[in-house]
Design a protein around this ligand. Structure first.
Ligand code: IDP
Ligand code: MG
Length: 144
């Protein structure tokens, strides 16, 4: 099943010059970039993106962290893109993420964990629309 997913290279990734590495690892999984931009999220966008975590104790810290510097936002497309990206990312807590995963290899702690990836088709559609207009998303064939 061809799916889309929203990926964010979070501020800690950008500060450590790991944006390209995150994108590259996902490309190597067979996913293709269909939209990409660099931006500095404001509080309103951060709260919208992390809407489902509003009631969590870490919510205000999460908003502070995700707005602490510029990020790369990208939409990826491919076969089972959501699970493929989440498998490549590894567990939320880098201490629990397997070696070879993005968070396992590069993440600092449960907050500063390098990368965001959508967790369902429904959320991917909402999240992609938070960052990209329809005309900023590109449909094109890839070579094998
Ligand atoms: P996910 O990014 O693996 O989907 P979520 O549970 O959706 O994990 O949490 C969203 C983000 O909130 C995490 O990626 C991480 O940056 C932050 N976060 C999650 N749990 C904690 C926590 O217990 N303390 C601090 N930050 C957290
Ligand atoms: Mg999540």
């Amino acid at each position: 099943m061809i799916q889309r997913t929203l990926i964010l290279c979070k501020p800690d990734a950008m500060k450590r010059r790991l944006g390209g590495e995150v994108i590259s690892r996902l490309e190597k999984c067979g996913l293709k970039v269909i939209a990409m931009r660099m931006l500095w999220m404001n509080e309103a966008l951060a709260k919208r993106h992390y809407d489902i975590h509003t009631d969590k104790p870490f919510f205000s810290d999460l908003v502070k962290y995700i707005t602490s510097g510029p990020i790369i936002a990208a939409a990826f497309e491919g076969e089972n893109a959501i699970a493929v990206a989440r498998d490549a990312m590894g567990a939320t807590d880098p201490a629990k993420a397997a070696t070879g995963t993005i968070r396992g290899d590069l993440g600092e702690n449960i907050e500063r964990n390098v990368v965001h990836g959508s967790d369902s088709e429904e959320n991917a559609a909402i999240e992609i629309a938070n960052f990209f207009k329809t005309e900023e998303i590109f449909d094109y064939p890839t070579e094998s």
